[in-house]
Structures are given as structure tokens and as C-alpha cells.
Design a protein around this ligand. Sequence first.
Ligand SMILES: *Cc1c(COP(=O)(O)O)cnc(C)c1O
Length: 360
Amino acid sequence: MSRVYNFSAGPAVLPEEVLREAQSGMLDYNGCGMSVMEMSHRSAAFDGIIKEAEADLRDLMEIPDNYHVLFLQGGATQQFAAIPMNLMRNGKADYIVSGSWSKKAFKEAKLYGDAACVASSEDENFSYVPDVDGLAFRPDADYVYICQNETIYGTRYPKLPDTGDIPLVSDVSSMFLSEPLDVSDYGLIYGGVQKNVGPAGVVIVIVRDDLVREDVNPQTPTIMRYITQAQAGSLSNTPPCWGIYVCGLVFKWLKGLGGLGAMQRINEEKAAILYDFLDQSSLFTGTARKDCRSLMNVPFVTRDAELDALFVAEAKDHRIESIKGHRSVGGMRASIYNAMPKEGVEALVEFMAAFEKAHS
Ligand SMILES: *Cc1c(COP(=O)(O)O)cnc(C)c1O
């Protein structure tokens, strides 16, 4: 077996212990004589799996009792529609556009109501997060929307906007469980799990109970109503059973590490190795503004497209995979999610240093 250092932005690296555990139950989960993939979602075994996953997530994030935890499908992208459909009661929402994902969410919301862009960083190719101090929101806005960690541009909100009584909605897909968050700061937190939490196919929505209501946009499909899934314990229809199971294993892995505070310290240490190198490098430059750099996604360039391509090609010889940048930034991107071992970041920096020496 030869595992690589997988810097993919998503689907992305999972902890080896989790993969081994999932493998060990592949033919016979816990004496059931079948795998989790093969069992009824109404079985006692699966009931135990989803309830334990929710309890562990509540524990890890210290989720208050007045929030629902929903395990859904359709990815983060489906939530771009589900959020306005469920939450727009005055038909208004304010969006901060700090990258491709919030721009897409904003565009989708306009299909369902009066969505306004209150701040954007598109003027500088989303290399920073708009200043949230002093931002004015419409008092009758149903929510304020942000994407808290921009996977493509490698930025992260250094602080949250103060939205007063207006619920804050945050897409945390690429920073889910990478650090502690105060859930009570938000009306709704959601993320596709394939970036930092589990296999593709699950999106987790954490939503305050006053936002889970009957009086949603009447066009909202039954399955996309939060109340449908909240009342059914996420089992309104067949859920992504296998994905939820693997997420549950990741939650246990995180608890074993000491929880989200411990995970954050490890993530800060890993990110510092890469950023410290970038800050003194004569060849490589990080593209995100320093005060809003992501702990999870680190885009960087040499400013020479041919050298970038050579770097990506040669990286493979060092077991460094999926390091090519997104086309909207170019260059390279290292996604250093929870499960990326420190040795992976060290191997990357070592190769960068050697490459720099060879090409200066
Ligand atoms: C990947 C990503 C999405 C889209 O996720 P899908 O599950 O593919 O729909 C949305 N938001 C952010 C921040 C992402 O990183």
C-alpha cells in the first residue's frame, strides 16, 4: 500500500484510522453480518449510527439544544436554493460575496426573492474578505449570508459580521470542524462534508429552531423543507447511510484527538509551516491577503505559468498529489484539511524549497 499526500480541495483526504475502521466493517458491521451500505435505514443498527453521529457532533461543536442537526443530500449547492426557500419570509436577504461559492449562492437566491449584495471583494479577484465593520444590513432582511472559508481563493473571515437580530447564515464547507465555532452566533451553519468531514454525498445543516417553520416559500419541495427533515430525524427518505456512518467515525476520531480546540492547534501549526515558507520565498507567493488567510486552503503561484505546470508535474515524484490550483487563481493550491498529516505539509515545503533552489 502506498498512500500519497493528497492536497485535493474535495473530495479530500480522510484520516487513515477512519478508513481502516470503515474497511474492517465492510463485510460485517458490528456482528450484523452485513455492511452499513447494505442495511435498512430503518434498522436498529442504523438508528444507532445516526443518533450517535448526531450526539458526537453536538458534543464536538457544543451545539445548543435549540438547534437542529440535519444530515441531508444534494451537496452544499442544493442549500444555495434551500436556504432562501426556507428562510425568506420578507423575501429579502443580504449577501456578502467573497468568492465563487458565495457568488453562486447569491445568484441562486435571486431566483427566490430580493437578494442584495452588500459587499464584495471581486474587485481584487477575491483575494480578501470584505471589511465587515460598519456594514449596513437591511433591517427587514431575513438573513445575512456568508461563505466563511473560501475554498478557491483561500480566504477566511477574520471576524464575523455583526448582524444584530438578523440571522447569520454561513457556508462552512471547507472549514467544517477545523476549529471551534460558537454555534449561537449563527441562525444556520451548513457544509458539504466532502471537504473536511467525510465522503461526498452528505451535507450537514445546523439550524436554529425558530428558522425551521411551516410557512416557507410554497414552491419548496417537501424534501427540501427543513421542517420535513427535522420532524423525521433526517430520515424522511433514504439518507446517505454510508456517508453518515463515515462522518460518525470522523467525529469519534476528532474526539479522540481532544476535540476542536486541539484540532485547531494542529491546523494552525500545519498552516504556519506553509505560510512561513511562502513569506520568505523568492519564488512562491501566497495569493490571499495576509489578514484573511485560510487555515485550510492555501493558493500560491510562481507568477510563471510554465514553472507552475512543472512544479505540479514534478510534485508527483514526491507523492504530492492534486496540488494544481483552481483555474480562477492559477498556480497551486494546497488544501491542508484536518486529515492532512503534518509530514505531508513538511514534504510539500521541502519540495518547494528544492524546486526554488533549482529554478532561481
Ligand atoms: C465545495 C464547496 C461547495 C459546493 O459543494 P457541493 O457539495 O459540490 O455542492 C460550496 N461551498 C463551498 C465553500 C465549497 O467549498
